[in-house]
Design a binder for this molecule. Structure first.
Ligand code: FE2
Length: 170
């Protein structure tokens, strides 16, 4: 029997989302260590790390249900996140701003992929997957909204710290 295309596209999408979330964990954990001047951002990222760990478990359980065991696949290395959120810019001094832009982009990439996965789950009648994907989508939307709202505050704080640092050095 030939493989059902919707099913195989869905499974590939789930694996890609799994790799994306693993990458998100790495990116967020690297940022959290360097956010002592931005405690609200650090707290929200810590919360989202917890949510992301649950999202990975949800993807594992959907993949299991689709007959794909978690150990049977390797997370693909995604060039998108790695390039977009290249975080080796500590010396530039504005990494907080670049990271905030990257987080906004990353969360929106996740939102797009979960919206698409939900449509696939519906099209293929993979009914038990849908509520789990919707739960994750709501968390990603909340995170994207929080990041978007934080941009003015983070930018003002960054300017203040730079002004204060400039004065201290004279
Ligand atoms: Fe996320």
């Amino acid at each position: 029997m030939a493989e059902n295309p919707t099913r195989s596209i869905f499974i590939t999408g789930l694996k890609n989302a799994h790799a994306l979330e693993k990458e998100a964990l790495g990116i967020m954990n690297r940022q959290i260590d360097r956010l002592e001047q931005y405690p609200e951002m650090a707290d929200r990222l810590r919360q989202h790390v917890g949510e992301t760990e649950e999202q990975i478990k949800r993807l594992d359980s959907v993949l299991m249900e689709m007959g794909e065991s978690a150990s049977a696949f390797k997370d693909a290395v995604l060039s998108m996140g790695g390039n977009m959120a290249a975080l080796g810019h500590a010396a530039a001094g504005d990494e907080i701003l670049k990271n905030t832009y990257a987080n906004q982009a990353f969360e929106n990439f996740e939102i797009a992929s979960y919206r698409s996965l939900i449509v696939m789950a519906e099209a293929g009648s993979f009914t038990s997957a849908r509520p789990l994907l919707e739960m994750t989508l709501r968390e990603e939307e909340a995170m994207a909204a929080w990041v978007a709202e934080s941009i003015p505050t983070v930018t003002r704080r960054f300017l203040q710290l730079k002004e204060a640092g400039e004065q201290a050095s004279h």
